[in-house]
Write a protein that binds this ligand. Structure first.
Ligand SMILES: [Zn+2]
Ligand SMILES: [Zn+2]
Length: 108
């Protein structure tokens, strides 16, 4: 996201907390362009993301905490654990072989 200074009172507000931006205030802005295909035409949609510094830092903070958690994972988050299936040697049948934690990447 790009850090910007409001050159005038902005019409848009923060996506997270809804606060508005007065002239001279700092805000963060990003334009995401998404491509869709409806089977006939390509549809391109641009989405503007706006965040106040408070929400911007809060998000960065949660990403950092996630990174820290990733490195010290003790597999407490069961939603990240996936069964890995593989073929039984010599047979065309699959069976669950082991579980992998997708948070830290380790085999259980
Ligand atoms: Zn906000
Ligand atoms: Zn883990």
């Amino acid at each position: 996201m790009k850090r910007k200074i409001a050159s005038r009172k902005l019409k848009r507000s923060c996506d997270c907390c809804g606060c508005s931006f007065e002239k001279g205030e700092t805000y963060y802005h990003k334009r995401n362009v998404m491509h869709f295909y409806d089977g006939r035409d390509e549809i391109i949609i641009g989405v503007n993301k706006t965040k106040c510094p408070k929400c911007h830092y809060r998000q960065q903070d949660s990403e950092r905490r996630y990174e820290q958690f990733r490195q010290t994972c003790q597999h407490k988050k069961i939603e990240f654990i996936r069964e890995v299936w593989d073929y039984i040697p010599g047979e065309a049948v699959m069976e669950p072989q082991y579980d992998v934690c997708h948070l830290c990447g380790n085999t259980l």
